[in-house]
Design a protein around this ligand. Structure first.
Ligand code: GAL
Length: 684
């Protein structure tokens, strides 16, 4: 591992004070209800097995009705009520929704969009993260809360802000412009260095005065991509500085762990590998994409990413939904059992907390059609019955807390690369980093492999297979690390449009893929993207002397220059008939694969079977719709099985106990009924 690579995940190794089991609960917004409802809430929370609720997240206007004047009456009462009922508190700082007085007093603190539109109040969301007034006000309210509740026995966790980076991250305001110039001065020191990094000789953009450097707002044509990439880094840093300022203010008065809820996979403007080092415990929110009938795969990716940024440590699911959300084009209700399947998938992938947005459905406001633990239909509803049942199940799974997930496969996930790749004027609009990540992840999911997400620079030596679906920006360090990984016996698979530019979005010396030439035995002479709707055929034999299979590719082809690699797939047609399409290369004691076209998830199956063979990864033997994950404790292994399809047989060697029913199985496998979940403790 390069010496400069920082460790992955938080330094904190503890758990939530006063919670001796898995967490179960949700966002609780009692300010939307008359006080007599609160008693019923507490009673029903106990009935459902709720032991943790997140409060105060949107309460700033109530807690500080006028600037500098605080009124904690409401919060005092709520916290006492929860405490009296044995329910622990995850206390929000309300800084994601500044009060109306803030916007009125500091109109320049509003976020300005790339097109120059200032975003007004009347909703929620961040104001300019670079606004000194916002920083002062947010630290002040966080401090007041920490002073008042920092040592309260009900307090288990601090929940700073809400989903940094959403709904907006980029800010082009006057405050941003000032902070951006300061950030650039810190990064580059001199304008000469900035001009070199941004390649400003192109289109005559050379800067001679820091005051002339602008935020990359909308312009007549494509704005300098290196400038925009740096702006993405600056935005991430500005948001992170808001978090750390509040966190540090809290720590002055409280020893309780501090977190903020991420939106792994959905909010790409925050580099969660960086953020995870700053929180005490990693926490995530996840909502299914209702349009996707196989939303469980996206859920699994988000959960695996969350665990990965946490460095494998247990993490908290702070929000998901009991049924439909309200903000997608078509908000599909979850089917019976789906909420439990979703919850167990998070749990299986390392979550020690299963929580929801929100406890009681709101009568008013923008989210009244969002599902809740306690829906508008009340306790007579299917959702409520499933909520109570899930609470009972989680109550039986306390021994899983703190156990770990192990993955044999790493899939590279690098925010900087995504930021760069998603800018303007790339060789084909059809090339999407998320599409490739999703396709390879889906293949691995269907083949039953548990996957970590990893940065190219981090230690990869523990993985049998590393997949790079979209490593457009690859630093020299990252490429050297991947090359060492192969040399040392690893199997690496790289997909097209990878290894193209360095950290300044400048093409690598030596051309496309040059930094991975040793590992892959191939470079790219020219990109050959396809027209919309075109496809091509690859004659593929996997290099193992089999008859060639015909695989269909879309979107992309390369004109490759071989540098030692074996050709295992050849273009039968398309822009370069007869050219190499898929290559395999022995380097050191490992193998590097390169795939120069777009295979869909079904087509990837043939290729991945050979890649798994090189990596020594056995087939899981599990039917495709049966999701199986394992968590490992000191003395036991837990098998979490989630059946998304018809009745299916789970292979099991040796006896096991079903923790949800108490049943013993003697080995040889068990049938998991359609739609059901099982959590098994394996002995020995
Ligand atoms: C989350 C947010 C919650 C709620 C939820 C609805 O992103 O943190 O406050 O709005 O979405 O799905």
């Amino acid at each position: 591992m390069p010496a400069s690579t920082p460790p992955v995940g938080p330094a904190f190794t503890g758990w939530l004070p006063g919670v001796d089991s898995l967490c179960y609960g949700g966002d609780y917004n009692p300010e939307q209800w008359p006080e007599e409802v609160w008693e019923e809430d507490a009673r029903l929370m106990r009935e459902a097995g709720v032991n943790l609720v997140s409060i105060g997240i949107f309460s700033w206007a109530l807690l500080e009705p006028r600037e500098g004047e605080f009124d904690f009456t409401f919060l005092d009462r709520v916290i006492e009520l929860l405490h009296a009922n044995g329910i622990r508190v995850d206390l929000g700082t309300p800084t994601a929704a500044p009060p109306a007085w803030f916007y009125a007093t500091y109109p320049e603190a509003r976020v300005v969009t790339r097109d120059g539109v200032p975003l007004g109040p009347g909703s929620r969301g961040m104001v300019s993260p670079s606004s000194p007034e916002y920083r002062r006000a947010s630290v002040r309210i966080a401090t007041e809360l920490a002073k008042r509740y920092g040592r309260h026995p009900a307090l288990a966790l601090w929940h700073v802000h809400n989903e940094y980076g959403a709904p907006v991250a980029d800010d082009y305001s006057v405050h941003a412009r000032r902070a951006w110039r300061e950030w650039l001065q810190g990064r580059y020191g001199t304008l000469d260095a900035l001009n070199a990094a941004w390649g400003t000789a192109f289109w005559g953009q050379v800067y001679g005065d820091w005051e002339h450097v602008q935020v990359p707002a909308a312009s007549a044509s494509a704005v300098n991509p290196a400038q925009r990439l740096d702006f993405a880094r600056f935005t991430d840093s500005a948001l992170l500085a808001c978090f750390t300022a509040e966190r540090d203010a809290i720590r002055e008065h409280s020893d309780v762990p501090v977190t903020t809820n991420f939106m792994a996979t959905e909010c790409l403007s925050t580099d969660l590998f960086r953020w995870a080092r700053e929180v005490d415990i990693v926490a995530n929110d996840h909502y299914l994409t209702a349009a996707d009938p196989r939303g469980e795969v996206g859920l699994a990716l988000a959960a695996d990413l969350t665990r990965s940024v946490a460095g494998g440590k247990p993490w908290l699911l702070l929000e998901h939904s009991t049924s439909a959300v309200n903000w997608q084009p078509r908000n599909v209700a979850k089917r019976p059992g789906e909420m439990a399947r979703n919850s167990l998938s998070h749990l299986g992938r390392g979550a020690d907390s299963i929580m929801f947005f929100q406890w009681r459905a709101s009568r008013s406001g923008a989210e009244k059609f969002h599902s809740a633990m306690l829906p508008h239909a009340g306790t007579g509803s299917r959702v409520w019955r499933e909520v109570v049942e899930l609470g009972q199940h989680l109550g039986k799974l306390g021994e899983l807390r703190g156990t770990r997930v192990r993955a044999d496969v790493a899939l590279l996930w690098d925010y900087e690369s995504f930021w760069a790749q998603d800018l303007d004027w790339r060789p084909s609009e059809a090339v999407s980093h998320r599409e490739r990540v999703n396709a390879f992840y889906d293949r691995l999911w269907r083949d039953g492999h548990t996957v970590d997400l990893a940065r190219p620079e981090q230690d990869l030596s523990g993985y049998q297979l590393v997949v790079a679906p979209a490593s457009y920006l690859l630093t020299a360090d990252g490429a050297a690390n991947l090359t060492r990984y192969v040399e040392g016996g690893g199997t690496l698979l790289v997909s097209y449009f990878s290894g193209i530019v360095d950290e300044h979005d400048a093409v690598h010396p030596g051309g496309f893929l040059a930094p991975l030439r040793d590992a892959l035995g191939v470079t790219v002479e020219e990109f050959l993207p396809l027209r919309a709707g075109e496809s091509l055929t690859v004659r593929y034999d996997g290099g193992r002397g089999r008859a060639g299979a015909e695989l269909t590719g879309t979107v992309w082809a390369d004109d490759l220059t071989l540098a030692g690699a074996q050709v295992v797939g050849t273009y039968a047609d398309g822009p370069k008939p007869g050219g190499a399409a898929v290559t395999r290369h022995r380097h050191g004691t490992g193998t590097g694969w390169y795939v120069s076209t777009n295979f869909d998830v079904e087509t990837l199956s043939a290729l991945m079977a050979d890649v798994y063979a090189d990596a020594g990864l056995p087939s899981s033997g599990v039917p495709e719709d049966l999701e199986v994950i394992r968590r490992h404790g000191d003395d036991a292994e837990y098998v979490i099985a989630i059946n998304h399809g018809e009745d299916a047989k789970l292979p099991l060697d040796g006896p096991a106990t079903d923790l949800l029913t108490g049943d013993e199985t003697s080995g040889g496998g068990m049938v998991v009924p359609a739609g059901a979940v099982r959590v098994l403790r394996r002995h020995g």
